[in-house]
Design a protein around this ligand. Structure first.
Ligand code: BES
Ligand code: ZN
Ligand code: ZN
Length: 483
């Protein structure tokens, strides 16, 4: 999709269709020329309300102008609808400072389709979005600022869509080896990104007994993926670890059929890490970023790891297994141990770790855990500003005691069924060394990672959760140094 900023008034600019945002229900704005038709349609200009007047070739969409999400949702809805028409171009004005970024994000999420496996492909004729330099609120956009906002939002949104494509790819194709190849290709294409791939032999050499146990029953060999983006000038170093379960059948503690469907999305954390590296490198962010992905399947077989096994992790801590479906934390504990050796200023992990997180927060919100309150609060703020919902799930001493094992150093699941997202986070925290405790965040994206019923500007399938929140945290807190 071509998106261009044109220095011309909104009304005179030529395009097949127009989009007018009705701000805060103000139907008297000069761009709203069809109040009688809108009244007939009962259009009030509420958030998420849109009206299409085919004879006038105009979309009207209600927004609360102070809510960036409203703008993105409005654009996504209008563009989706416009894609079904024969129009090839659509025009829109601007709506105050920063609005171009939201417009571009809405357009590119709204037009996202994953039709690789459909014989009949997306037929949309829409090719061009024209952004008029006239602003509905009287703001004046500098041309350079406008163009750089378009470029920024395009790069970021395309990195999110890249992660979505990979997550949506079926498990038979998106195997650990395929993720590793994708990472290698990505590194080659972007330049200034290095890629190291560790195979089974390497995992053995590293003593990653927990990661290896999970991978054992799969006919697809596991891969440790380590990408490094190193800019010439760096304001800090951040390491992001991703859960890359290319399929989670549950292992011997097999998932019921209904819960197994969609488990191709258990690689969402790992794919988000690829999206983060892609976005950061293409945006040339002045921050060193390490992306580490534990890629494997969790399958069944005669050699599968079992409930009652005791595993030795890379950190040498022994782990009692009670349910092979709690596999993500086993892959992550070894990857986190490895990741701390990159000596980062901050270390985040992104994982579709627990169903309990979805129960606790709903399907739209990620759970943020860690020991550093300021870090958690700053992260949540940046995440919300980026358009991703997040909330804190607090650790406490009583939940920690539920991970006690009679036979090993720690049990990987809690002895009760409550607070499962937090106990999973506490389990991971046991593999974070003292000097990194305040530098670490665990982000459980199990809810928003995969969209079963479309919401906002997210269509069915992967949402790319994690990419925008981490990039925005880096922008607002490391680069702008807001801490
Ligand atoms: N991959 C799942 C978590 C998940 C569930 C992600 C639903 C997305 C949607 C994870 O590996 C898992 O199965 N966790 C178990 C843990 C339990 C056995 C302690 C769960 O959440 O039920
Ligand atoms: Zn599982
Ligand atoms: Zn899993």
């Amino acid at each position: 999709m071509e998106i261009v900023f044109v220095e011309e008034g909104f009304k005179t600019l030529k395009a097949d269709l127009s989009i007018v945002l009705v701000c805060d229900k103000n139907l008297t704005h000069t761009w709203v020329e069809d109040s009688d038709d809108l009244a007939l349609l009962n259009f009030k200009g509420e958030s998420e309300e849109i009206a299409f007047l085919p004879t006038k070739k105009i979309f009207y969409a209600g927004v609360n102008i102070h809510d960036a999400e409203d703008i993105k949702i409005a654009l996504a809805k209008c563009i989706k609808s416009a894609s079904k028409t024969s129009a090839t171009s659509v025009k829109i004005g601007t709506y105050g400072e920063g609005s171009i970024k939201h417009i571009v994000e809405g357009v590119l999420f709204g037009t996202y389709v994953f039709d690789r496996y459909k014989t009949k492909k997306n037929q949309s004729k829409l090719k061009k979005i024209l952004i008029s330099s006239e602003d509905a609120l009287g703001y004046t956009y500098d041309k350079k600022v406008a163009q750089s906002e378009i470029a920024y939002a395009k790069t970021l949104t395309e990195a999110v869509n890249f992660a979505k494509d990979l997550i949506n790819t079926p498990p038979d194709i998106a195997t650990p080896k395929m993720l590793a190849n994708t990472a290698e290709t990505l590194a080659k294409e972007i330049g200034n990104v290095e890629c190291f791939i560790g195979d089974e032999k390497y995992l053995k050499k590293e003593g990653m007994g927990a990661f290896l146990a999970v991978s054992r029953a799969s006919s697809e060999p596991p891969r440790l993926i380590h990408l490094t983006y190193k800019p010439k000038k760096s304001k800090g170093k951040i390491t992001v670890v991703g859960k890359g379960l290319t399929y989670d059948s549950g292992g011997l503690s097999l998932k019921p059929g209904d819960s197994m469907t969609t488990m191709k999305s258990d690689k969402s954390g790992g794919c988000a890490v690829l999206g983060i590296i892609k976005a950061a490198a293409e945006l040339k962010l002045p921050v060193e970023i390490h992306g580490i992905i534990g890629a494997t399947e969790n399958m069944i077989g005669g050699n599968a790891y079992k409930p009652d096994d005791v595993l030795e992790s890379r950190s040498k801590k022994s782990i009692e297994i009670r349910n092979t479906d709690a596999e993500g934390r086993l892959v992550l504990c070894d990857c986190l141990d490895y990741a701390q050796e990159t000596k980062p200023d901050l270390i985040f992990d992104l994982a579709t770790l627990t169903g309990a997180c979805v129960v606790a927060l709903g399907e739209y919100t990620s759970g943020i855990m860690g020991f550093n309150d300021t870090l958690k609060q700053n992260f949540i703020q940046s995440a919300l500003a980026s358009g991703e919902l997040c909330a804190e799930l607090p650790f406490n001493r009583y939940l920690k005691k539920l991970l006690k094992s009679e036979i090993a150093d720690i049990c990987h699941i809690s002895s009760t069924r409550y607070g499962g997202a937090i106990t999973a986070g506490i389990f991971l925290s046991e593999f974070i060394k003292e000097e990194y405790k305040d530098k670490w965040l665990h982000i459980d994206i199990a809810g928003p990672a995969f969209v079963e019923k479309e919401w906002g500007y997210n269509s069915h399938g992967a949402s790319g959760a994690g990419v925008r929140m981490v990039i925005n945290y880096i922008q607002e807190n490391i680069i702008k140094g807001k801490n």
